[in-house]
Ligand binder design. Structure first.
Ligand code: GLN
Length: 546
């Protein structure tokens, strides 16, 4: 196959952080894809962590995991959810990784005694990483999102690399979209353009001219404001696109499309615009999402509940499954650290389902075990993910199998009953970064199970991010009590999915299904769980009216 020459769209941000560059990049990607282009999105993060794997979710939200096991920024999750196509290690670059590569090369002597500098060595490595996706021949368009805000010290090498990329590839093959904020001053009733003008000027000082401005705003921009922005920021008329606060992030592509955003972008890249985008599937999704017929409430029991971004993929997977089942899924955020035998009844009162969240470390562990116990005894549909499954297993071992001190060795190394344990090969690993079972692993599904009905396949692959495993020495005891391993890794026999057959829905998975859920393909386990939750709620009502 003759490889295509890819075109590059660089997305920068100005004025403040948290403007939603990831959503704008994803929306644009989806619109271009809907016109028949093959698109991928890449994130360049200007921090020194080699990957976000060791970052506290409170600082940076969820760590998203790709099929090939890269621990990445949560924006990669948006890219996959909008484009429905997998990303990989190549889609996620951090300053830490760039420096690591350059320093390793320096130690190896690759630079032949030359002085190693930010320009050209760091910038060349950034450019090499940007070009990797383009040279794969798989994509027509690469959208590269530059994390951080223009003007930050950390962003400078990235901005310089973008300038060089534009110089290397030419203006017809590249473009820059600059995202900024238009603040509204309530006292004077004015929308202010000055911060945007300054940030465009900052960009210009680095030799980069923005082709399109996307302005985040709470209020619609009047025509004069748009024209003023175009004139002072040196962009064409019609190249100022507003991105107004939307009720749902899934509306953003439509709001941008109404302003011809995708058309403007294609013209800037000298690409044909004759094929209009087919947005029918998304329209259908949005319609179901915005007009649910039912509503359920699910408790999400976790320790990072104060920052819902820590569970981004889970809440989005609920949105996808909710649209599929025409059900509004309300999440009751339950901080596991506060749960006790005294308050569990009131905290979980009235919920229609319980999701026990993934996590690391001992804080809030007891609360998760308590929640598993409460849900099992009250027959509430329960879904445990990763640590969530491990807590369901511990609870079951203690209270059904009578193994009183059953535990995970992550928390208690001295336990008599390590029902969750490290695999032999992992025991010598002491380093925290990069020692986990990560990315896609196969799972063989028992045909005689509820999950088989969800997947409709015997062999699946799901993404992992954990160190500890179900200890197979205890499997027989669990299965005797009908808590069955219905999914296992075909090569290692490690337990992947457990289903408690005595209840309509009490299931835990060692992997992270949430990473795979997209608008086009809601995850079957989430769909099945929401279905079970809905059924439980309806049955509750029937019992109440009897
Ligand atoms: N801490 C657990 C482990 O390492 C679970 C990890 C998770 O929930 N992602 O196995």
């Amino acid at each position: 196959m003759k490889s295509k020459t890819a075109k590059y769209i660089f997305v920068t941000g100005g004025v403040t952080s948290s403007l939603g560059k990831g959503i704008v990049a994803s929306s644009l990607g989806m619109l271009l894809q809907a016109r028949g282009y093959s698109v991928t999105i890449q994130k360049l993060d200007p921090y020194l962590n080699v990957d976000p794997g060791t970052l506290n979710p409170y600082e940076h939200g969820e760590c998203y995991v790709t099929e090939d096991g890269a621990e990445t920024d949560l924006d990669l999750g948006h890219y996959e959810r909008y484009l429905n196509s997998p990303t990989s290690q190549a889609n996620s670059v951090t300053t830490g990784r760039i420096y690591q590569t350059v320093i390793e090369k320096e130690r190896r002597g690759d630079y032949l005694g030359k002085t190693v500098q930010i320009v050209p060595h760091i910038t060349n490595e950034i450019k090499r990483r940007i070009k990797l996706l383009g040279s794969s021949g798989k994509y027509d368009i690469i959208i590269t999102e530059i994390g951080g805000t223009v003007g930050d010290i950390e962003s400078l090498p990235y901005i310089e690399s973008v300038r060089q990329m534009i110089w290397d590839l030419g203006e017809n093959n590249t473009m820059v979209i600059h995202l900024t904020l238009i603040p509204y001053l309530a006292a004077s009733g004015e929308l202010k353009t000055k911060p945007t003008q300054h940030s465009v000027r900052l960009l210009m000082e680095s030799g980069i001219r923005a082709d399109v401005l996307v302005t985040r705003t709470e209020h619609t921009l009047p025509k004069e404001v748009k024209e003023k922005l175009a004139l002072f920021c040196n962009v064409k008329k019609g190249h100022v696109i507003e991105s107004k606060d939307a009720d749902s992030i899934y509306e953003v592509p439509f709001l941008l499309h109404e302003q011809d955003f995708d058309e403007v972008v294609l013209k800037s890249l000298n690409l044909p615009t004759d094929q209009k985008p087919d947005l029918s599937a998304w329209e259908n999704f949005l319609d179901r999402h915005k007009n649910p017929k039912n509503s359920v409430e699910i408790a999400l029991v976790g320790k990072y509940t104060a920052l819902p971004d820590s569970y981004k993929s889970i809440s989005e997977a609920f949105t996808h499954a909710g649209a599929q089942t025409e059900t509004e899924v309300k999440i009751r955020w339950v901080y596991s650290g506060d749960l006790s035998t005294e308050n569990i009844d009131s905290v979980l009162k009235g919920v229609d389902g319980v999701l026990i969240a993934p996590g690391f470390g001992d804080r809030g562990i007891d609360g998760k075990i308590l929640a598993a116990n409460y849900a099992r005894r009250n027959k509430i549909p329960t879904f445990g993910i990763c640590l969530g499954l491990q807590m369901m297993v511990i609870e079951f071992a203690r209270n059904v199998l009578g193994l009183e001190d059953a535990d995970t060795t992550e928390i208690n190394n001295m336990t008599q009953h390590p029902v969750i344990n490290l695999m032999e090969g992992q025991k010598n690993i002491t380093h925290k970064g990069g020692t986990m079972r990560l990315g896609n692993w196969k799972c063989q599904i028992d045909k005689n199970s509820a999950v088989y009905k969800a997947y409709g396949e015997e062999m699946i692959e799901e993404r992992h991010r954990h160190r500890y495993e179900f200890n197979n020495e205890y499997l027989e005891a669990f299965e005797k009590e009908n808590f069955m391993a219905v999914g296992t890794n075909p090569d290692t026999a490690l337990v992947e999915i457990m289903e408690y057959k005595e209840l309509p829905f009490y299931m835990g998975v060692q992997f992270h299904p949430e990473y795979k859920s997209t608008v086009a393909n809601p995850h079957p386990l989430f769909v099945q769980f929401v279905g079970a939750v809905l059924m439980y709620k309806q049955n509750k009502k029937i019992h109440a009216t009897r």
